[in-house]
Design a protein around this ligand. Structure first.
Ligand SMILES: *Cc1c(COP(=O)(O)O)cnc(C)c1O
Length: 359
């Protein structure tokens, strides 16, 4: 079987050495040495400040909403977000008591269309939660303008955008906060894990308290918090994966370019803006019709090649996320999209030969 993705497994010897250290210190969690080291190394590698490691990418979103004062309020609150994403972007809002309000995506970049945001703003809107989907950059300048005009916070779900630069600097610096997921299947991972990159230091400091139950000293519990801490075993995995990140990135880029060069030109690929240094984390492709998409996915599976209908369905059709207007562009792209296998060591030649036979 060729899976659609495969967790990157770094050097076992190196991981063992980190685990030896954890045993010697007998320190497993609560901002241990390895969590501190990974924080510093990620800030340096990504070129960001105010990075907070957390237990997973969904809690990263939830803590970001809380720290920025979007959730945890008594009055009704709404946030405008994209229907073309993994469910956690929207369900994390709902979980935090914030109503996700969907607006449609751009048909070429598949990110939130900034021109449609303003129409959806109500007196209850407090935030915009765009997604750099598949690591592509949202129209950050246009989104900033709308946010400033209406005094809204911007939290980017940047789960796919690890290491992506835009106009020469990290895409993660955009917005009031950007969140990352370090789930096993992501480009950079810690098994489970995530991070928040805050624009302002005071928001980071607030979030640091929140992820540890709101406890600030041996006898002080300052405010409502939760447990969202990353532990030392997660950080050990992260340090090992980070050491080998260049090889991992290169391997994915090779797979990505092979697909791009070999697939027929009538298939739609994601359009990227100028000045984007992409991370080649995903290879999504849009087929001509839903029938063709489903058939190809089934036939590839019979040939031992697994693809994913990412992201399907368009989230406005998910009942528990609330009554929503139909989002025609997202619905259309979602119905015809497949992500092809991409990971270090993927047998691209085999996948391509099977797709070409089927087409
Ligand atoms: C993976 C992912 C998440 C959730 O991250 P977890 O670490 O699995 O909790 C959220 N948003 C997007 C867009 C994702 O791809």
């Amino acid at each position: 079987m060729i899976p659609v993705t495969k967790p990157y497994l770094p050097s076992r010897e190196k991981l063992d050495r980190y685990i030896d250290g954890i045993y010697e210190r007998a320190w497993l969690t609560n901002n241990g040495e390895l969590v501190q080291e990974l924080t510093k190394r990620l800030e340096a590698y990504l070129g960001v400040e105010n990075l907070l490691l957390v237990a997973n990418g969904t809690l990263a979103l939830q803590i970001a909403y809380r720290a920025l004062g979007i959730s945890g309020r008594t009055e009704p609150t709404e946030a405008i977000t994209t229907p073309f994403t993994f469910v956690a972007t929207a369900s994390s809002l709902k979980w935090e008591g914030v109503e996700p309000i969907f607006t449609d995506i751009d048909p070429d970049t598949w990110c939130l269309d900034p021109a449609l945001i303003e129409n959806a703003i109500t007196p209850h809107t407090r935030a915009i939660v765009p997604v750099h989907v598949f690591g592509n950059a949202c129209e950050v300048e246009a989104i900033d303008l709308v946010a400033q005009k209406h005094n809204l916070k911007v939290i980017y779900d940047a789960s796919h955008a690890f290491g992506v630069n835009y106009k020469g600097e990290s895409l993660l610096k955009r917005g009031d906060a950007a969140t990352l997921s370090f789930h096993a299947t992501k480009l950079f991972h810690t098994g489970e894990g995530g991070a928040i990159i805050f624009k302002r230091k005071e928001d980071l400091e607030r979030a640091k308290k929140m992820i540890n139950f709101g406890i600030t000293g041996p006898e002080t519990i300052e405010e409502l918090g939760i447990n969202a801490k990353m532990n030392e075993l997660q950080a050990a995995m992260g340090l090992c994966v980070l050491d080998e990140i260049e090889d991992n990135l290169q391997a994915r880029a090779d797979v990505w370019h092979r697909y791009e060069q070999s697939l027929p030109k009538n298939l739609q690929l994601q359009a990227k803006p100028q000045y984007l240094d992409y991370n080649y984390a995903y290879f999504p492709v849009v087929f001509e019709s839903e029938e063709q998409t489903v058939l190809i996915a089934e036939q590839l599976k019979e040939q031992s090649v697994l693809t994913r209908r990412y992201f399907y369905p368009s989230l406005e059709s998910v009942a528990f996320l609330g009554a929503q207007a139909e989002q025609p562009v997202s619905k259309n792209i979602a119905s015809r999209i497949l992500c092809l296998p991409i990971y270090s060591g993927c047998d691209t030649q085999y996948v391509l030969s099977k797709i070409m036979e089927l087409l």
